[in-house]
Design a protein around this ligand. Structure first.
Ligand code: ZN
Length: 281
């Protein structure tokens, strides 16, 4: 299938766009200026308007033009090496390298940066703006994944809705929903069963979001689908009478990046690759 080529052609190929349709896109991949893609991402993901511990946006500058964009949940040595092997010019990570604390460029942290610089791969980080995004966010994508209808925002976190939730097409058991999630996300959920066994409404928040349990209950839900937890929150789930399905921080935060990749493919014709580096957590 030939996709529409909408990105700016800055490679040496001089063929006008109307001569392209007989060729697969891989022959003439779109190349665009990295600073134009970054400007688009900054605006589309509204990174300036969302308070976050992550320094969202371009964290490490790489090649001036981009043809292939890699995506990974975590900015880490193995992701940088995989991006280099995939010959991507930009890596978009949900958990970037630079957070609110200062971290010196020594030891393994220096090696990470050096890998990016040597390979001329740029790093773009997008944390909470990707969780919350109304089109390609982790939370909205998880709602779509499990087939929720009547999807609505619930709760508050740093001035944004805490998550999204909605209704299942028909009531199912808690274990049926957990099994469905496991199959869809290739994960193994941990289930806390402190609510009704047959469920019809679910609140969703990706990643580490157990601290939101009181807000889940206050928003009228008795089943919560999230990423990871710790011992400290066990009694919150129990005392607030909630079912909680913890499907893994990693697994629940793959979906937004994949949706963003599809968006960039269709918007600009860029090549994309998702670097699957699961942590099992
Ligand atoms: Zn996360």
């Amino acid at each position: 299938m030939i996709r529409k080529v909408t990105g700016q052609m800055v490679t040496g190929d001089e063929l006008p766009i109307h001569d392209l349709p007989n060729y697969p896109l891989t022959v003439f991949p779109t190349t665009m200026r990295t600073n134009e893609l970054v400007a688009y991402l900054n605006e589309y993901l509204a990174i300036a308007t969302i308070e976050d511990r992550s320094n969202n946006g371009l964290q490490v500058e790489g090649a001036a033009t981009v043809t292939k964009v890699a995506f990974a949940v975590d900015a880490c040595q193995s992701a940088f090496e995989a991006a280099r092997e995939a010959q991507a010019q930009l890596l978009i990570a949900h958990h970037g390298l630079f957070w609110s604390e200062v971290r010196l460029l020594t030891g393994p942290h220096f090696k990470r940066i050096k890998t990016l610089l040597d390979a001329n791969v740029g790093l773009y980080a997008v944390h909470l703006p990707l969780d919350h995004h109304a089109e390609v966010g982790n939370n909205i994508e998880l709602c779509r994944l499990i087939g929720l209808t009547d999807i609505q925002a619930w709760g508050q976190y740093k001035g944004q809705p805490a998550g999204y939730g909605g209704s299942l097409p028909q009531p199912i058991t808690l274990n049926q929903l957990a099994a469905k999630i496991d199959a869809l996300l290739n994960t193994q959920s941990r289930v806390l069963s402190f609510g009704p066994q047959v469920i019809d409404r679910v609140a969703v928040c990706s990643g580490g979001a157990s601290f939101l349990i009181p807000q889940v209950q206050a928003s009228g839900y008795n089943t919560y689908f999230s990423g990871e937890t710790s011992h400290s929150y066990y009694h919150d789930a129990k005392d607030y009478g909630l079912n909680v399905i913890y499907s893994g921080h990693y697994a629940t935060e793959t979906v937004g990046l994949k949706a963003l990749a599809r968006h960039l493919e269709s918007k600009f014709g860029l090549q994309t690759i998702f670097l699957d580096l699961p942590t099992g957590l």
